[in-house]
Design a binder for this molecule. Structure first.
Ligand code: OSB
Ligand code: MG
Length: 374
């Protein structure tokens, strides 16, 4: 069934993290995400989420830039138009350069509406091949060793299959050594969020001693050249996050030897379709790929689970149960992790009902774009 876009609703919704999250690049306590609702002429509804940060310290976009680009450019480019499928809608967003976090909200809503209208889960539409995904956790920088150990112990007891530690200059090798000593068999990796330069290569090479699965984004957020030089000096595989904003970037980075693994986030590459293309690039080259996260609320989290059901997602990613992040979530049912895995929703679309009352209570700004009122 085609998608005739009659109405788009944008809302900025606030959620507080249960624990402050410190990365080398930024600290997050509160999140404001733009939720996108589309309604089609055939009566289908779809929901999407822009998982931005309030500040531009991880990537360039913020909640306010996503709002601006959606309201001023992206929504007007689809409102009143009819698209055969979500891919056609995604193509209509192409003239806008960058602004991937803004685009994903609208594109995700198109997948959800298309799935609901056709009675199929988004995972099926994307080519998903598994009934559940393996789940890991990403832990913020925690200087208190005892608290860090306690946190790891709790998540391991909950069944999570892999732990990612954030590192920063001054809080790296010694912390990793201590964690490795305490948890000798734990599947462990680190994420530097662009905190180092190539001049730190000898220091980063010390991490080779700890059997890490990979080191994520050690160098600049937009680099794939220095990363290739660094990878040649490290035994530990490099995984790129920030540097990969498209499937083309993924192909170039793997072919240049800038990384051996890719963390794909629909938000960072501007949509589920582009994320699938990144998956396909990795699969064609035999490179591991896994689904990262941006502390998504239930809407974006369900989309991440659907994406991670594709056959190439062979290692546990950062998509955890909602309770790692929030006291309650805005969707029913929320994403839960049991025994280290998350079930891929079988219901049509993204597979949840939005909890409208809760969303409304947390909404700080709202705007409606209606074809019939223009
Ligand atoms: O670098 O992967 C990252 C969160 C916000 C911004 C960047 C990153 C992260 C995480 C947490 O590591 C991922 C998650 O649990 O959703
Ligand atoms: Mg990262």
């Amino acid at each position: 069934m085609p998608l005739a876009i009659d109405r788009v609703e944008l809302s900025i919704v606030r959620m507080d993290l249960v624990d402050a999250f410190h990365a080398s690049s930024h600290t997050t306590r509160t999140l404001h995400h733009v939720l996108v609702r589309i309604d089609t002429a055939d009566g289908a509804t779809g929901h999407g989420e822009c998982a931005t940060l309030d500040d531009p310290y991880y990537m360039g976009e913020t909640t306010e830039t996503a709002w601006h680009v959606l309201a001023r450019f992206l929504v007007p480019s689809v409102l009143g138009r009819t698209f055969d499928d979500p891919g056609a809608l995604a193509a209509a967003l192409d003239p806008v350069k960058g602004n991937t976090f803004a685009k994903v909200g609208l594109e995700m809503a198109a997948w959800d509406a298309f799935g609901r209208a056709s009675g199929r889960p988004v995972a099926d539409l994307l080519g998903g091949a598994r009934a559940h995904i393996e789940s890991g956790v990403s832990l913020g920088i925690e200087r208190d060793r005892a608290r860090l150990f306690a946190r790891i112990e709790r998540h391991v007891a909950e069944g999570y299959r892999r732990v990612k530690l954030k590192i920063a200059p001054g809080d790296d090798v010694a912390t990793v050594a201590a964690v490795r000593e305490r948890f000798p068999d734990l599947p462990l990796m680190v994420d530097a969020n662009s905190a180092y330069t190539l001049a730190d290569a000898d220091h980063l090479r010390e991490l080779d001693a700890f059997g890490l699965m990979m080191i994520e984004q050690p160098l600049a957020w937009d680099d794939i050249v220095d990363h290739a030089a660094l990878q040649a000096k490290l035994a530990t595989p490099i995984c790129l996050d920030e540097s990969i904003r498209s499937a083309r970037h993924a192909a170039h980075a793997l072919d240049l030897g800038s990384c051996r693994v890719i963390n794909v986030k629909p938000a960072r590459v501007g949509g589920l379709l582009e994320a699938k293309r990144v998956h396909d690039v990795c699969a064609a080259r035999g490179a591991p790929v896994w689904c990262g996260g941006m502390h998504e609320f239930g809407v974006g989290r369900a989309a991440n689970v659907a994406l991670a059901s594709l056959p190439g997602f062979g290692v546990p990613g950062d998509v955890s149960g909602f309770d790692k992040y929030f006291v309650e979530d805005i969707v029913d049912p929320p994403t839960v992790c049991r025994g280290g895995t998350i079930d891929v929703p079988r219901a049509p679309g993204l597979g949840f009902e939005l909890r409208d009352d809760l969303v409304r209570a947390r909404t700080e700004r709202r705007e409606i774009f209606d074809r019939r009122r223009n």
